[in-house]
Design a protein around this ligand. Structure first.
Ligand SMILES: [Zn+2]
Length: 439
């Protein structure tokens, strides 16, 4: 562990904010431009190495995603939809889903994915200590399926890159939604631990029960903190920190990937937690304090002025560079009206997570982690063996086909990692098209 100042690298492609999911769709790539300009206007770029990432190639993307799915994403556009009716259904894209086909869809995915890969490579080469890609973190995408506004899972691809050098990688997800795509990809391995804190119960994507702990070699390595509406800074911290301490003690990762979805903030258009910027960023600060090479990613966030506030503030936290509460003048200054201030005040509403329920989650997760101690694993290996995701996939596919091992993820909650077991997909539906304004 080195306690010298951590080097920070920042990856941003100037085109990534120009894509458009469609009218009234809550996912606005424009928020990425707002965040970038706020970071610039605070002068934070001066203290980090800034890079323009390469667009990920189809060859890089098929390290996780299936070829036919990547092919489909490369070929489809709003003008040729009719030729792809069947595939759109199969791959969960198009107007009937929450993953529309929009102009430049594949380019968009290539840009945010390339930035995550470049960050992972920079960390692998020991050329930086922290790599930031606010444009990535699309945690719902599956091997052959778009889901929850996500098409390509840049997180899984970045973790696969990190596994070339590191024996163990820790994934942390503070988005309000469960990090299902990442959990599913690594559900059966002990080389990746996933820790997701999320709203659970009648909420997209429906997975992330506390009893979903992983399978086979990965049993115990999926860590889920199911929470409900109104989470406060204090309550969140009281789960996050003790569980993180135990994870770091037991799992000892060589690298960390931190997904900082901003939809867990107060006032989010789709979310229902009540975190301030400081509460959200406390997780970032805490992860940073372990001095492990870390890839920091964006994710959800649907009140776009707050997304920009959050990620600009977290950039300052990662740089140990305090910034004033007064928003500096920038191209999108008017978005921050009426107060033109950085920080958010939580809403005066009840935290529906009771002391007892929070204590129960904390105790159960600490117990789950304690049981890993002493279990045989790759922990003592100096050089990681080749990671064979294909082997894990064959297993996962067997489950999804309704094979004999279908119930392996059923920890008594009657749900598989797919969520329902009844084959239905849960969309953001009710949360979409609600007629709210963009910001
Ligand atoms: Zn989310």
């Amino acid at each position: 562990m080195s306690l010298t100042k951590q080097r920070v690298s920042y990856f941003y492609h100037p085109e990534v904010g120009h894509f458009y999911y469609g009218p009234s769709h809550p996912m606005k790539p424009h928020r990425l431009k707002l965040a970038h300009h706020l970071i610039l206007s605070y002068g934070l770029y001066k203290q980090m190495e800034c890079y323009r990432p390469h667009p990920a190639t189809p060859g890089e993307i098929t390290k996780f995603h299936s070829e036919d799915y990547v092919n489909f994403l490369s070929r489809i556009n709003p003008d040729n939809l009719k030729q792809f009716t069947q595939q759109m259904q199969r791959f969960n894209a198009g107007d009937m889903t929450d993953c529309p086909v929009f102009d430049g869809l594949m380019e968009f995915a290539q840009l945010y994915t390339g930035a995550s890969l470049d960050g992972a490579i920079k960390l692998n080469n020991n050329e930086t200590d922290i790599a930031i890609n606010w444009t990535g973190g699309l945690h719902h995408a599956k091997k052959s399926e778009a889901s929850g506004f996500c098409y390509i899972n840049d997180i899984v691809l970045a973790i696969l890159e990190l596994l070339k050098v590191h024996a163990r990688v820790l994934y942390i997800d503070i988005d309000i939604h469960h990090g299902d795509g990442v959990e599913e990809a690594f559900y059966c391995t002990d080389r990746v631990m996933t820790f997701s804190l999320h709203k659970y119960g009648d909420f997209f994507p429906g997975t992330g029960h506390i009893k979903d702990v992983g399978a086979k070699e990965g049993t115990g390595y999926s860590v889920n903190a199911p929470l409900t509406s109104g989470m406060t800074d204090k309550a969140y911290e009281d789960i996050f920190k003790p569980v993180m301490d135990k994870i770091m003690e037991i799992f000892r990762p060589g690298a960390i990937v931190l997904q900082c979805g901003a939809d867990s903030l107060t006032g989010d258009r789709l979310g229902c937690f009540n975190l301030s910027l400081k509460g959200h960023a406390e997780c970032v600060k805490y992860v940073k304090s372990f001095h492990v090479p870390t890839l920091v990613l964006g994710g959800g966030g649907y009140t776009i002025r707050n997304v920009a506030r959050c990620w600009a503030y977290e950039t300052s936290v990662l740089l140990d560079q305090p910034i004033p509460n007064k928003i500096p003048f920038n191209d999108y200054f008017e978005y921050y009206a009426p107060d033109y201030e950085l920080h958010l005040t939580p809403e005066p509403r009840e935290n529906m997570n009771t002391e007892a329920s929070l204590e129960a989650v904390r105790v159960e997760l600490l117990q789950q982690l304690q049981e890993l101690q002493g279990a045989p694993s790759v922990q003592m290996q100096e050089v990681p063996p080749e990671f064979d995701l294909k082997k894990e996939e064959a297993y996962a596919e067997g489950m999804n086909d309704g094979g004999a091992e279908d119930d392996i993820r059923d920890g008594g909650n009657g749900k598989t990692s797919k969520g329902y077991g009844d084959g239905t997909r849960r969309a953001h539906s009710a949360e979409l098209y609600d007629g709210e304004k963009d910001q």
